[in-house]
Design a protein around this ligand. Structure first.
Ligand SMILES: [Zn+2]
Length: 224
């Protein structure tokens, strides 16, 4: 999977809009969850900008895989220059109460906004299968990308671990009226999942076996 392929794919869908917009009849919501090095943001942001598409890049504030360092700062500057939006990607999987999640979200939104002097309105939750997030109502102007109006009421497509879960992305985008499309830039960097995980494992001084989630292991078993 390459950035060029991603560009061809999104060209098949409805016009892109922002999460905070009133959803028109036909709408493509492009969202990126950043779970790997921010350096992969730039090529994706440029491919989108070339098409006049707008998207939202959700960054984590406390990730095992990257920090808010010079690389992240440069990537955020580029995505904002390209006209895209900065969002928060939040890992609530080990939190027990919803209050704790809401407090954490507000704290991290504030941190992102002050570091990048940009408004943050979009919040996506990391691994919502582990801790459900769709019921969480965030204080305005924040929006939850797993709220029913973005997830459930409209179509949804995800590139999770380079596995389309039996869906044909081209057909989905062509047929969609309103659709949210989640992608992870690192997965489009022209490398199979194993190479991506090997690079991560080396960087974190660990093994692919320790690092990979069950879902990733299932993809590794079938991907060639
Ligand atoms: Zn994530």
């Amino acid at each position: 999977m390459t950035f060029e392929e991603y560009g061809r794919l999104i060209a098949l869908g409805p016009p892109s809009v922002r999460f905070a917009d009133e959803l028109p009849e036909r709408a493509l919501l492009l969202r990126h969850d950043i779970d790997d090095r921010p350096k992969w943001i730039e090529p994706m942001a440029r491919v989108e900008a070339e098409q006049g598409a707008v998207s939202t890049y959700c960054l984590q504030v406390r990730s095992r895989f990257y920090g808010l360092d010079d690389e992240a700062d440069g990537a955020v500057r580029t995505l904002l220059e390209c006209g895209h939006e900065l969002g928060l990607h939040f890992d609530s999987s080990d939190m027990t109460s919803d209050d704790e999640v809401l407090e954490g979200v507000i704290r991290d939104v504030t941190l992102l906004e002050s570091r990048y002097e940009a408004a943050v309105r979009v919040v996506s939750f990391h691994m919502p299968g582990v801790r459900p997030a769709g019921h969480l109502v965030l204080p305005a102007p924040l929006v939850n990308t797993y709220a029913p109006r973005f997830f459930g009421d409209i179509a949804y497509l995800s590139d999770s671990n380079q596995n389309w879960r039996g869906k044909d992305p081209e057909a989905e985008l062509r047929a969609a009226t309103r659709i949210q499309f989640l992608t992870h830039p690192t997965l489009w960097s022209g490398r199979p999942l194993r190479a991506i995980l090997e690079e991560q494992a080396q960087r974190l001084c660990t093994t692919v076996d320790e690092l990979a989630t069950e879902d990733q292991k299932a993809v590794l078993a079938v991907q060639r």
